[in-house]
Design a protein around this ligand. Sequence first.
Ligand code: FE
Ligand code: FE
Length: 168
Amino acid sequence: MSKEKALKDLFLDTLKDIYFAEKKILSALPKMAKAAQSSKLKAAFEKHLTETDGHVERLDQVFASIDETPRGKTCDAIMGIIDEGKEVMGDYKGMPALDAGLLAAAQSVEHYEIARYGTLKTWANELGYRDAVKLLDATLKEEKATDSALSQLAETEVNHHAETAKAA
Ligand code: FE
Ligand code: FE
């Protein structure tokens, strides 16, 4: 008979999903930074790469806090989002709209993470995992701040550049 799965199991499965996703993001961000034409966008990607290292570390701590071994579980969603980013990189290489496309791809990654961390934090709270709540909230705040910083950059610089059709 199969085991009855409850919120605890869902929490652990979702934790593995975001662990896998963060590691994928860790390998995608340097490529996005390299591809970005705007020095500000490059810097934003590099800054978030450092933060993403911290996200993986925090997840290691979340696993430890519930006596589980850190393990990833294939996340098709993040692979799809990252593939779309790669497509933009290829299709818009050397084009004025490249950065706007890269930035949009990065924001869809952030939005995925915000959804995941928001859910995990709520579940951790329900399950009484106090340490996990704090750790997940710290990362959630950084993902939200990154999303805002990217919006700001889009509105003040990147979108306009994409529109004027002048190569960097
Ligand atoms: Fe992250
Ligand atoms: Fe992120």
